[in-house]
Design a protein. Structure first.
Length: 452
């Protein structure tokens, strides 16, 4: 059992800690898991908990839910922090769990921030989870698929906790003002509109909401009767800057760049600019975004608008030259341009299909006619024999075979006919028809070009 300091009771706890729910009835949010008849609620009420992972953003009640389970269960409950614990501490806890098992008692081990454990530390839990010595409950803000060993996660049920809604947080703030364990012993004047403003500012995080409420009350105007009045000015000062939910090395990083890419693909410039702003204002490297935008220009636009790549590369260069915050407008220009551009993934499809053939047929010989022949031996082996130099023809075109024999019928680039690509589709059709009709002879053919 954890020992308490002689002075611990004299240290005031934060508001969020004082108001931590102790039962399912006090818990707010996560109705998809804890509503009447829902699976997790039934497991808790029946004390039939199995190993599980709680995955969700900060401040949604992962640790609180684990403590509620601790209050409901008849099992021994061990609270474990991945931040300050290592292999030695894990082994000590496992030995205690084994002792409990010998006496017929279950042990629930709660590991907060389990994603902070490395592979070896996570592996230390595995044999004890497998043989039932412990019931593991982990809490993480990171995608378990990326951060938790597959062997361990396969033995746990993953429950996804959602950000709290604005109404849920407003309800929590109202409780905080009334509860004796909260701010109920004080006379506080704060409008419902300001409470809703705090809830909106918290962005789904109950802990942030309660901490903000505590801050605005501490900084409120105190009159002679002891009443604290929270003014709009005080609220504005305490909520002047919000840290955007973003981790440049975590899942949200990939979620947001995916949202940008797919918004541009769906020709939605408003959504694309929003996701761009979300990343830039959270501190994302503009060069990273510019690289992805440049990729998009060829993957999703291609020859439907050949200028798209030029716009993307220009934005990339502008980011290099002037950086943030000025380059945000250049990226916005590129993102809007690409959103509105005609779309074609024909280049992407062409390469992916060619790549598949290239990998599966690595030994396909280069046709002799297009091999270089720098030595006499190569000439004697017919390297380059019959080669037709396209520039010597009026049409700049020949019917010479350039594909390996086994791939003669392959077609990788299939223009879709969107935007400028319609011209290339017509041109390619004319070239193929000409080659089918001729065996080395030349006829005039109009070659189409596009100007940016």
């Amino acid at each position: 059992m954890e020992q308490m300091s002689l002075f611990e009771n004299n240290v005031p706890q934060p508001l969020a800690a004082r108001l931590r729910p102790k039962s399912l009835e006090e818990y707010v949010g996560q109705q998809h898991l804890l509503g009447k008849g829902k699976v997790l609620r039934r497991l808790i009420e029946a004390d039939q908990i199995s190993s599980m992972i709680f995955w969700g953003p900060p401040g949604v009640g992962k640790t609180t839910l684990a403590r509620i389970i601790a209050n409901h269960t008849k099992a021994a409950f061990i609270d474990f922090s991945a931040v300050i614990s290592g292999i030695k501490e894990i082994r000590t806890v496992m030995q205690q769990a084994e002792e409990n098992r010998r006496f017929g008692e279950k042990t629930i081990v709660f590991v907060d921030e389990i994603h902070r454990f490395n592979k070896a530390q996570q592996d230390a839990f595995l044999p004890f989870v497998e043989k039932g010595s412990i019931i593991l409950i982990g809490a993480t803000t990171e995608n378990p698929s990326f951060e938790i060993n597959s062997a361990l996660i396969s033995r746990c049920k993953v429950f996804v906790l959602q950000p709290l809604g604005q109404e849920d947080i407003t309800l929590l703030l109202g409780r905080a003002l009334m509860a004796e364990s909260g701010l109920g012993s004080q006379k506080i004047k704060i409008s419902q509109e300001m409470l809703e403003g705090i809830a909106k500012f918290a962005n789904g995080d109950a802990r942030t909401a309660l901490s903000t409420l505590e801050m605005v009350v501490l900084n409120g105007d105190l009159d002679r009767e002891g009443t604290v009045t929270v003014t709009p000015e005080t609220l504005a000062q305490c909520t002047s800057k919000r840290s955007l939910l973003y981790d440049k090395s975590g899942e949200e990083h990939y979620n947001l760049i995916s949202a940008l890419h797919k918004s541009m693909r769906n020709s939605d410039p408003d959504a694309a600019v929003y996701w761009l702003a979300r990343m830039l204002e959270a501190g994302e490297d503009p060069i990273y975004i510019a690289r992805r935008v440049t990729r998009f220009a060829s993957e999703d636009v291609g020859l439907a608008d050949p200028c798209a790549l030029q716009v993307a590369v220009a934005a990339y260069q502008a980011c290099h030259l002037i950086g943030m915050p000025e380059c945000c407008v250049h990226l916005t220009q590129a993102v809007v341009y690409l959103s509105l551009a005609p779309k074609s993934n024909a280049l992407y499809v062409a390469y992916e299909e060619a790549k598949k053939d290239a990998i599966e047929r690595l030994a396909e010989p280069v046709p002799l006619v297009i091999r270089n022949a720098p030595t006499n031996l190569m000439k004697e082996l017919d390297y380059g024999k019959g080669y037709q130099y396209a520039h010597d023809t009026k049409e700049k075109l020949t019917s010479m075979q350039c594909m390996p024999d086994s791939l003669l019928e392959r077609e990788y680039y299939r223009p879709e006919g969107q935007g400028e690509e319609k011209k290339y589709k017509e041109e390619l059709k004319k070239i193929k028809m000409w080659k089918q009709k001729h065996n080395g002879k030349s006829e005039s053919i109009d070659i189409i070009s596009a100007d940016c």
